[in-house]
Design a protein around this ligand. Structure first.
Ligand code: GDP
Length: 328
């Protein structure tokens, strides 16, 4: 353990925001020496403990996630909480620009002394971005942020990754005309512990009431994720800052319904899932980078694509080669 890392860990635990930002930069780095330091750092930080609240939030682009997080975050800082916001946006490498990364988002919250906002690291696979976000969550908790909100866009695979790192998963919806199970996949609704109908203001109030009724009846058909908890549907207006107290009351009610033991069990099983994700990620990285495998990957891909080799045969040959050479 280097003394630099120990000093950094101490500063982070003392709530030093610049140290926190540096720690997260270290976590996000892909350099192997930084990676080793990041692992050391995580080892010497204290665990967050059950008093911290980990919330995930998803919704289609334009649903009002950043407006909501700004309003909700400011409400929570008003209650004396320290709020960290992290984002998972694996779309950035493909689209060339991050959906979540634009700098004008959450302006007031980002200036608040009791908040910390970190956009998604740009580039990388979902697995990599998710792992870094989960580690950043741990560092934020060690730095004394007692509410951590992880945001993602409800259009990909990233919800599952967020679901596996938070205590409670919130789905932000907008009232639409008629077909209200809009854009959002049914699978995402099934993950939600709380549904929020945003934009309940102005001309949208009547549509919000309809959406509330539709979702409430749809939710009754689902098998509850936790016994004793039926996900409530709450109407809010992020723009007008209305409904934030109800949302926080629902978060507290959920935690009370679960109780500390079930929460600990949930977090423990999430940790096990993350161990497996880490193993899968590491094995895959090593496999692809192996000097005996790397030069043959595109050749095998082409043979499979042209129908000259079967997927099973090609996979089998590469894996055999990997183990015959011994993982490097
Ligand atoms: P995100 O893409 O989900 O982060 O959505 P944004 O927070 O950027 O909001 C998208 C648009 O919806 C912006 O023009 C917001 O001003 C607007 N918006 C967000 N919340 C509300 C709300 O509660 N009521 C109304 N009327 N508009 C909202």
């Amino acid at each position: 353990m280097t003394s630099d890392i120990r000093t950094l860990a101490k500063k982070v635990s003392g709530g030093d925001r610049r140290a926190l930002a540096r720690a997260i930069t270290l976590i996000e780095s892909t350099r192997s020496d930084h990676r080793e330091q990041a692992v050391e750092l995580l080892e010497c930080l204290p665990p967050g403990g059950s008093a911290t609240v980990r919330l995930g939030i998803t919704g289609i682009p334009g649903a009002g996630k950043s407006t909501f997080i700004e309003a909700f975050g400011l409400y929570l800082t008003g209650l004396g909480h320290r709020v960290a916001v992290l984002a998972i946006d694996p779309s950035s490498p493909r689209s060339g620009g991050s959906i979540l990364g634009d700098k004008t988002r959450m302006e007031e919250l980002s200036r608040h002394p009791d908040s910390f906002i970190r956009p998604s690291p740009s580039g990388g696979t979902l697995g990599g971005v998710a792992r870094r976000t989960r580690e950043a969550l741990q560092v934020c908790e060690a730095a004394g942020f007692d509410v951590v909100i992880v945001e993602t866009v409800g259009v990909g695979q990233s919800e599952t990754a967020v679901f596996e790192m938070v205590d409670m998963f919130l789905l932000l919806l907008v009232p639409g005309g008629g077909d209200d199970l809009q854009g959002i996949k049914k699978g995402v609704v099934e993950l939600a512990d709380l549904l929020l109908i945003n934009k309940t203001d102005g001309d949208l109030v009547a549509a919000a009431l309809r959406a509330e009724r539709d979702y409430a009846s749809a939710l009754h058909l689902l098998v509850p994720l936790h016994p004793g908890w039926t996900p409530p549907v709450i109407k809010v207006s992020a723009l007008e800052g209305r409904g934030m107290d109800e949302v926080w009351a629902a978060v507290e009610a959920y935690r009370a319904a679960l109780g500390p033991e079930a929460l600990a069990t949930k977090r423990a099983s999430q940790s096990v899932s993350w161990m497996w994700r880490a193993i899968e990620g590491e094995l895959m990285d090593r496999f692809k980078a192996h000097p005996a495998i790397a030069p043959r990957l595109s050749e095998q891909e082409t043979l499979v694509a042209q129908g000259k080799s079967s997927p099973t045969l090609a996979a089998g040959e590469l894996i055999k080669l990997f183990f015959a050479q011994g993982p490097s």
